[in-house]
Design a protein around this ligand. Structure first.
Ligand SMILES: [Zn+2]
Length: 169
């Protein structure tokens, strides 16, 4: 047995296998994210594109789509897989906690005292993982943000017109 495998075995016997290590990593990242984030990840968008399901509070199906899209990228490895609901709640709080988004949602719900003249929003989401541009947590936030926006109506696909020759008509 190689030394490395032996070490794995010892860790396993001590209950310190993969789950233990990822849990430890998660606990550290979660505490840092809440208490003293390493970085605030910025996501932006247009308020007018926010999905109705966000405004009415039913966003479960949005989250399912977010997580599916996240999992589909095999490069994104880390604590998001381990505890997606934690990262979901961090993003959700930052998003809904952003005054402009909150105002917009209240306006859509009928509060006519709110006037919005600039529809661009910026959300700063705490990240206790790392500052890498390819950080899985950052990517998760970006996917989440894009999924909270209405899918822009696709331009009509140009209809393929078969070239008709004089003979085929
Ligand atoms: Zn990271």
């Amino acid at each position: 047995m190689s030394e490395e495998k032996n070490q794995d075995k010892i860790m396993e016997q001590m209950g310190m296998g993969g789950d233990f290590m990822i849990n430890l990593l998660f606990q550290a990242q979660a505490a840092t994210t809440i208490n003293s984030p390493i970085i605030m990840n910025k996501v932006t968008g247009d308020l007018r594109n926010i999905k109705n399901s966000v405004i009415t509070g039913g966003t479960d199906s949005v989250f399912d789509t977010v997580f599916e899209e996240f999992k589909a990228d095999e490069k994104l490895i880390g604590t998001v897989h381990y505890e997606p609901n934690f990262w979901r709640s961090i993003f959700g709080k930052a998003f809904i906690g952003t005054k402009k988004i909150n105002d917009f949602i209240r306006m859509k719900q009928g509060d006519d005292s709110i006037i919005i003249d600039d529809y661009q929003y910026v959300v700063m989401v705490p990240n206790g993982c790392c500052t890498n541009d390819s950080c899985p947590v950052k990517k998760f936030y970006e996917i989440y943000n894009s999924q909270l926006l209405q899918v822009q109506e696709k331009e009509e696909e140009p209809v393929q017109v078969q070239e008709l020759t004089q003979e085929s008509v």
